[in-house]
Design a protein around this ligand. Sequence first.
Ligand code: ZN
Length: 190
Amino acid sequence: MNLEKYTLAGEKLPILAYPDPVLSAKAQPVTNFSPDLENLVKNMLFTMYHAPGIGLAAPQVGVSERIFVLDVDYDREVVTNSSGQDEIIMSNFNPMVFINPIITGTSGTTTYEEGCLSVPGVYEEVKRHKSIHVKYQNLKGETLEIEADDMLAICIQHENDHLEGIVFIERLSNLKKNFYKKKMAKEKVR
Ligand code: ZN
């Protein structure tokens, strides 16, 4: 399925910020592989590319269903055009969609400084599996499997956590977790 067309057209969906309750809820399995699902995925990809981010899970746009999109390969460049304005040029898209994913195997460990569109401005190292095996469905409801390593594996684990109601700061030490929780709560009040 050609997902690349979704980089060019779509609707930018509002992204929920931590600690919104939808981000803490366990998402429900997708059972209906309808045009509505395709439309949601299209808008999620558009939203991700224009945020910009490398992954986006349905709960982040207020939909508590087991869906995420990602692209760990695309290039994004800011160029100044002939009228002196900054323009964002994106290329080399490799959009992926995971529906009802299950991580069926893991090996090794790795750490990476992660960020999240729902936790703006926070970047912290998180320990993850280096390699994973994932079973998932595509937009047609077909079951697929992949082996993922490094950046792709990290991104899938981060997005899969969102489907379990886990935001990456929950995986930090208690000290850091409490610091960010207080900070986010204060920002929400303001
Ligand atoms: Zn995230």
